[in-house]
Design a protein around this ligand. Sequence first.
Ligand SMILES: NC(=O)c1ccc[n+]([C@@H]2O[C@H](COP(=O)([O-])OP(=O)(O)OC[C@H]3O[C@@H](n4cnc5c(N)ncnc54)[C@H](O)[C@@H]3O)[C@@H](O)[C@H]2O)c1
Length: 271
Amino acid sequence: MASLDQKLVLITGGAGLLGLEHGVAVATAGGIPILVDIDVEALAAARSKFAERMPNSQLETRVADICSRAALEELADEISTSLGDVDCLINNAAVNPTMDDGYSMISGALETYPIENWSREFEVGVTGALLMIQVFGAKMAGRGRGSIVNIASDLGVIAPDHRIYTPTRNMEDVTSFKPVSYSVGKHALIGLTKYVATYWGHVNVRCNALAPGGVFNGQNESLVDGLEDRIPLRRMAYHDEYHDAVIFLCSDASSYMTGQVLVMDGGRSVW
Ligand SMILES: NC(=O)c1ccc[n+]([C@@H]2O[C@H](COP(=O)([O-])OP(=O)(O)OC[C@H]3O[C@@H](n4cnc5c(N)ncnc54)[C@H](O)[C@@H]3O)[C@@H](O)[C@H]2O)c1
């Protein structure tokens, strides 16, 4: 049985939709999740939701900007004093422009995609993950034990099919595109996963990526239909459907696995 008994698991972007789910998964397996997020209010809301779902489990939350090395070093010192050694790190934070909000409408097309958006998204999704690995992964390497899980995406192994963002399904009619930074950043995160796996394999620190497909969260019907057409299992993921994968990758159940990408996308990437 996969177990995370009393293991400290740091989860970046812990206040978001999947961050909370990773926290619930960790607690279900007996571990202690530490949700780290830059958004104070969202973190408080995540705390309440966690308490409702897991009333008997310990949860830790910390406010920090993962793009600041100084803030992360301070966080590492504080956690080490108050809680102990971090056993697992889940790099989950990202700027994830959903296709239902105004963000993508502004940023859409490749030709005019603002470089400041590209830079910010890379700063959080790729540089932030690297900084976390530098600070917390290095401590794991020093102790000769640890597991790092980078949350990529199906768009880390395939390119977006922009036709799902228009009801006509014609590329000529698409006005709102998944930003180029998202897919490229997720490919980069998978590259980082492989690099860290070979860099620290000899000191027993494993690093794998999870590539989830889209989670249904009330997106508009046309988008959902378009996505489901491209998914062999004919549906988006349920919000709690990655729990076992997270437990598997964090725990000794995956002790002989490193540098790999676990793709859970309803089969989307095999078409
Ligand atoms: N939701 C999906 O359908 C889906 C599908 C595939 C992959 N993913 C990936 O899963 C991860 C989580 O997705 P989500 O939907 O929960 O996203 P989300 O937007 O709900 O959560 C992201 C969290 O990251 C936090 N964050 C942003 N910048 C930060 C910073 N500098 N420091 C600390 N925290 C910061 C945000 O405050 C937010 O709470 C992302 O990496 C995303 O790309 C999500």
